[in-house]
Design a protein around this ligand. Structure first.
Ligand code: NAD
Length: 452
């Protein structure tokens, strides 16, 4: 079926998060009496915006802007990454913090949602400049972050080194205190978990593998032999390409910000990793066909893994996506209107709050180990991650089946709740995942009560 959407699509991430929320709310249990709570659950608890002077290597003092949003603490302290990106902004960070709340609830880790961003071009900064920005940002956030209040982690263009600088700065501000759990994603030598750097991709893999095993895509029961395309070759995408290949998948296309490389008979992922380390991009890999950054998404495949940025699949290209399953390693790569197009075309989507939750699960393990002064075995970490990701996948699939079965009663219940007939969207896996997550946040909020 062809869907034509003529108006310009709203790509504001916070508006997108609200649209997704509005699709899930009618499916929540016990609607009556919690509509005020529903509004409260959606609004961020706290938004911090800071202005930071930082001296660059050439002596010039540049003013950087940074954000930290604490979306919800109903299920525990805030948890979420910090990104360095030229387009980071308040609405984007609010949206990402909200997704973190749903993600933590869905995989049942005892955190709320948070996110941070610094507006900068990481490609144009030296290591020393990044360190000064990080330390200044940490100082500016002060005691709004902390082991039991809000715990940052890596995200776009930040890594374990960034986390080490945050930990060091925070510790200097709190001498004599045990502050290791203030950030996760730290180097192993500083209480980090070896599996953390690959954890997001490992979780992407566990969710995909299990979804196929339980019949999510008829005719595609396993990864072995499946054709996979990965957009983005950073923390999430690079590990995903390697792990999918190790599971026997044919990785036929990968890309980064400069472009992609495609070989329909299968790429040598290890050789591409070496090429990326040497050349700084996968797009010039000599044994593949070079494609423009956007074109990678349209390569025909079984499984497409967007692992770069948000708003990559929109109404502008959703009709041209030629995959059976999309697994969102990135946060928010598909717009709500593109979701409808994909759903009508029979393309299933394993949503971000499920698919990429492996990072926060292993972050939680790191945090728990730091508090206990323990170090778990790597195999234990991966096995615990695997079990949690499989359980969450089953919960989402079962929830969606229940939502589809009870669609008529949800429709009439929702009509009564809002006082008039109102259509509700046919639920996809995203709406099912959000319904589970929002329900858990709602239950925690109601059990705690509204104070005073
Ligand atoms: P990263 O900085 O390590 O890598 C980002 C990659 O995306 C780079 O390879 C970059 O070249 C590529 N990229 C940027 N613009 C692109 C474009 N237009 N087309 C193709 N590739 C492009 O970041 P990351 O940590 O891998 O994060 C990627 C996504 O995964 C983000 O949406 C992030 O929020 C999400 N995520 C990351 C984690 C984590 O643990 N790192 C956890 C959950 C979600």
């Amino acid at each position: 079926m062809t869907t034509t959407i003529s108006h310009a699509e709203d790509l504001n991430l916070h508006h997108i998060v609200k649209q997704q929320y509005d699709r899930a709310v009618p499916f929540a249990d016990d609607l009556d009496g919690w509509r005020g709570i529903a509004q409260w659950l959606f609004e961020p608890d706290r938004i911090i915006e800071v202005t930071m002077p930082v001296r660059l290597d050439d002596g010039y003092v540049h003013i950087f802007r940074g954000y930290r949003v604490l979306h919800s603490t109903v299920r525990g302290p805030g948890k979420g990454g910090i990104r360095f990106h030229p387009e980071a902004g308040a609405d984007e960070v609010k949206a990402l913090a909200t997704w973190m709340s749903w993600k933590c609830a869905l995989v049942d880790v005892p955190f709320g949602g948070a996110k941070g961003g610094v507006v900068c071009d990481p490609h144009a900064l030296s290591n020393g400049e990044k360190e000064r920005i990080t330390r200044r940002f940490t100082t500016a956030l002060g005691d709004t972050i902390g082991p039991f209040t809000d715990i940052p982690a890596p995200d776009l263009y930040t890594d374990s080194q960034t986390m080490a600088w945050i930990y060091d700065t925070y510790t200097m501000m709190h001498p004599g205190q045990a502050t290791l759990p203030v950030v996760t994603g730290k180097p192993v030598e500083l209480g980090g978990v070896a599996a953390r750097s690959g954890a997001t991709a490992q979780g992407v893999f566990y969710v995909t593998e299990h979804f196929l095993q339980i019949g999510g895509i008829p005719g595609l029961e396993k990864l072995d032999g499946a054709n996979v395309v990965v957009q983005g070759f950073g923390n999430a995408g690079r590990h995903a390409a390697r792990i999918f290949r190790q599971a026997g998948a044919n990785v036929i296309g990968v890309s980064d910000s400069k472009g992609g490389t495609v070989d329909l008979s299968g790429l040598d992922v290890t050789a591409i990793e070496h090429h990326k380390d040497e050349a700084g991009t996968v797009s010039t890999y000599p044994d593949g066909e070079t494609v423009e950054p956007g074109a990678i998404l349209e390569v025909p495949c079984d499984i497409l893994v967007p692992a770069a940025l948000e708003n990559q699949i929109t109404t502008a290209n959703a009709e041209r996506i030629d995959a059976r399953l999309i697994v969102e390693a990135a946060n928010g790569p598909i717009t709500p209107e593109a979701d409808i197009v994909l759903s009508q075309r029979g393309i299933k989507v394993l949503p971000d709050i499920l698919a990429n939750a492996g990072g926060v699960v292993v972050s939680y393990f790191e945090w728990a180990q730091n508090i206990e002064n323990q170090r778990w075995e790597d195999n234990d970490v991966l096995e615990k991650l695997r079990r949690r990701m499989r359980r969450a996948t089953e919960v989402v699939v079962t929830k969606r089946a229940g939502m589809l079965d009870g669609l008529d009663s949800y429709r009439s219940r929702w009509g009564r709740a809002v006082g008039h007939e109102q259509p509700i969207q046919l639920p996809d896996l995203r709406t099912a995942a959000q319904t589970v997550a929002i329900g858990r946040c709602r239950d925690a909020a109601l059990q705690r009560g509204v104070w005073p």
